[in-house]
Design a binder for this molecule. Structure first.
Ligand SMILES: Cc1ncc(C[n+]2csc(CCOP(=O)(O)OP(=O)(O)O)c2C)c(N)n1
Length: 680
């Protein structure tokens, strides 16, 4: 490759990046200008994809970590024909496909939403795991590379510890990470906050590391070639790059390596926009142009990539002919459909915890769904993902025939890896830990919610009854927090997360059914540690059939004849406490009581007015019981009702003692409800 043309195309990316930011009057030009040489060579010489079929399952993946470098990505994708100049000119504006930080758009070459530093490359590790999983089942012909681009911020962000450890441990040699090491971050130079030897750190995690001049085309090419030849380890290419490469000040002196160009338009940062564009060979009057040399290069690459992809597709057709069964399986994996599943078939033991009920379902899924990965952050025997592990091996270096990912104690890493696995495609994923540690996962849960990824979270030990582990392990505010995401719409107008807290074993079967049916957003399953008495089945029905009503978000579990004197409402294990309390209210006071199990407030609010009113009637006193903050139920109980919940951190004691002390007993339901009714 002629470096003159290569450099011209890289300068084109620098010019477009600087111009987008200048026009938008906000953004991050410096990093994008420094990373342009790498991204240009990656896209023109290494990345194998089909420009005429962007969702092609065998494409190489490119995951950006520093979303603030979006101008670099939009610019290279403009050269590749996936964006146009008007879209670049509308960078960061309302309704444009070029938001400040890139949002998932596979058709345009955006494989992941990025912005929260550290998560992008962790998703890449997830995608690399997914690729190995598929190769283990269908053969190396289906393999591809996963490339990722990280910056100083991502290297510093703690999640990189988990991503680096696991990629090295699993020997993901299909993963190539370029580290744009320009020694400058947002407010300081990196030397103001770190003295680590990054190469040694990654080597210690069993990565292969190359350090190069990240603006030198020949060195970039060689490093990428060596990386592609690597067979044992993931590869880190540390590219020493120049922040704001090519930037000039008004007096013509260099304005490179300036912290100010990290997050400001060049002009505002103190450089001369016009002189910089001229220096890079562009026209400051009209910087939104593609150089003819760059256009020719990218057009040639486009033709070549389409040709290569069609050859690989032809090979796939041949493989399909000689492997009809495997081919049917691959098609099922890629279709996003499940095989026939019948949750009613799963017999649940009487009076078990909902985590144990979940284990039974996971065991069923392990035997039925061949493209499911389950992960746990070192709690598989407590969060009961071991129900799945009983049938599947854990992944090991060089062996991805299993389907269980032992993530180690790294909840955020695990959640971000799951996002990457789903983004790769062809695989369903669930991950488990204690509910209280959902706090560690939240940044990745939020991204899953924004991207609409159907990751399933198995969060057990859902309330203060966590053995004698005490307040550090007792979720109190977590349910209220996670349910806030049910109130938040994603960009497709859907509730961005489905939060389910089932009330007994069969409702857990239904919750899992709902989780699998929800293919557009993540689903949270909040499950109990302690055993729960099964809710009563209606005459002539079964508990599973009754629990199917949970698909409407909330339903009447115990009804009464005529208008109730009081409606009792809860989710999860508190529903059975209400059933016991209701018995006292009717036997002692002759009250007519109706009991509602509200598995998901967000889902219930999507039901028709008629259904909602028939379930929670107006003008009837309503009492809510929650083991979380009272606000957890306020959207359903309303101002006029009464809620009994926790408004403090818990204490360390056996669960039964805590129930007594905190008032989660039939007797306390009786006294709270009678007091409430007498106040009315
Ligand atoms: C988790 C997270 N914390 C903070 C930020 C805000 N932020 C954006 S870029 C940045 C500095 C990162 O600098 P670097 O990665 O070196 O990028 P460069 O300066 O090379 O463009 C920070 C703190 C963020 N995007 N994500």
């Amino acid at each position: 490759m002629d470096n003159k043309i290569t450099n011209k195309a890289a300068d084109n990316i620098r010019i477009l990046s600087a111009a987008m930011v200048e026009k938008a009057k906000s953004g991050h030009p410096g990093g994008a200008m420094g990373g342009a040489d790498f991204i240009n060579i990656l896209f023109t010489e290494f990345l194998r994809y089909d420009p005429s079929d962007m969702g092609w399952h065998m494409r190489d993946r490119f995951f950006l970590d520093p979303g603030h470098m979006s101008p670099m990505l939009y610019s290279v994708l403009t050269l590749a024909g996936k964006y146009n100049m008007d879209e670049l000119k509308n960078f960061r504006q309302w309704g444009s496909p070029t938001p400040g930080h890139p949002e998932l758009d596979v058709q345009r070459g955006i494989e992941n939403t990025s912005g929260p530093l550290g998560q992008g490359h962790t998703m890449a590790v997830g995608a690399a795991i997914a690729e190995r999983f598929l190769c283990a089942r269908f053969g190396e012909w289906i393999s591809h590379k996963t490339y990722t681009f990280i910056s100083d911020g991502g290297i510093q962000e703690e999640v990189s510890q988990g991503a680096g450890r696991l990629a090295g441990f699993l020997g993901l040699s299909n993963l190539v990470m370029f580290y744009d090491s320009n020694d400058i971050q947002l407010s300081t130079e990196t030397k103001a906050v770190t003295c680590e030897n990054t190469a040694k750190k990654y080597e210690a995690w069993s990565w292969k590391v190359f350090t190069i001049d990240g603006n030198d085309p020949d060195q970039i090419r060689k490093a990428l070639k060596d990386a592609c030849d690597e067979k044992e380890k993931p590869v880190l290419i540390i590219g020493k790059t120049i922040m704001g490469k090519g930037a000039l000040a008004e007096d013509g002196s260099s304005f490179e390596r300036k912290t100010s160009t990290h997050g400001m338009p060049l002009g505002e940062a103190g450089a001369s926009f016009a002189k910089t564009i001229t220096n890079l060979g562009g026209n400051p009057e009209n910087p939104f142009e593609i150089f003819p040399e760059a256009a020719e290069l990218y057009n040639k690459v486009k033709e070549q990539r389409i040709k290569e992809a069609s050859e690989r597709k032809a090979k796939q057709k041949e493989w399909e002919k000689s492997n009809p069964e495997l081919s049917a399986k691959l098609n099922l994996f890629l279709s996003g459909k499940f095989p026939e599943l019948n949750f009613e078939e799963i017999v649940q033991k009487e009076g078990i915890s909902t985590r144990a009920a979940s284990a039974a379902i996971l065991g069923y899924l392990a035997q039925k769904v061949d493209n499911m990965i389950v992960s746990s952050a070192d709690l598989s025997n407590s969060d009961k993902t071991d129900g799945f592990l009983k049938y599947k091996k854990a992944f090991a270096k060089g062996d991805f025939t299993g389907a269980f990912l032992q993530a180690g104690v790294s909840e955020l890493t695990m959640a971000a890896l799951c996002n990457g696995i789903v983004l790769h495609g062809g695989i369903w994923v669930a991950c488990g830990t204690f509910f209280v540690f959902s706090d560690f996962m939240k940044p990745a849960v939020r991204l899953a919610a924004l991207m609409g990824l159907p990751v399933k979270y198995i969060w057990t030990h859902d309330a203060f009854r966590v053995g004698e582990d005490g307040p550090t392990h007792q979720p109190v505010e977590q349910e209220a927090q996670i349910r806030l995401l049910e109130h938040l719409k994603n960009h497709h107008g859907q509730n961005s997360l489905l939060a389910l807290r089932p009330a007994d074993a069969y409702e857990t079967s239904v919750a899992w059914k709902m989780a699998l049916q929800n293919k557009n957003t993540p689903t949270a399953l909040m499950l109990s540690r302690q055993n729960i008495k099964d809710l009563p089945a209606r005459a002539g029905s079964t508990r599973y059939k009754d629990a199917l009503q949970a698909e409407k978000g909330a339903y009447i579990v115990v009804n009464c004849a005529g208008k109730p004197d009081v409606v009792l409402l809860a989710s999860g294990s508190e529903v059975s406490t209400l059933v016991a309390g209701a018995e006292l209210l009717s036997s002692r006071n002759g009250l007519k009581v109706c009991i509602i199990s509200a598995i998901s407030e967000g889902l219930f609010k999507l039901q028709t007015n008629e259904y909602r009113k028939s379930t929670i009637p107006d003008n009837v006193p309503i009492f809510g019981l929650t083991a979380g903050l009272p606000v957890t139920l306020s959207g359903l109980v309303g101002d006029k009702g009464k809620i009994w919940g926790l408004d403090h951190f818990g204490y360390s004691a056996p669960a039964k003692v805590l129930d007594e002390k905190f008032g989660f007993t039939a007797e306390n339901v009786y006294s709270q409800v009678t007091a409430y009714l007498s106040e009315k």
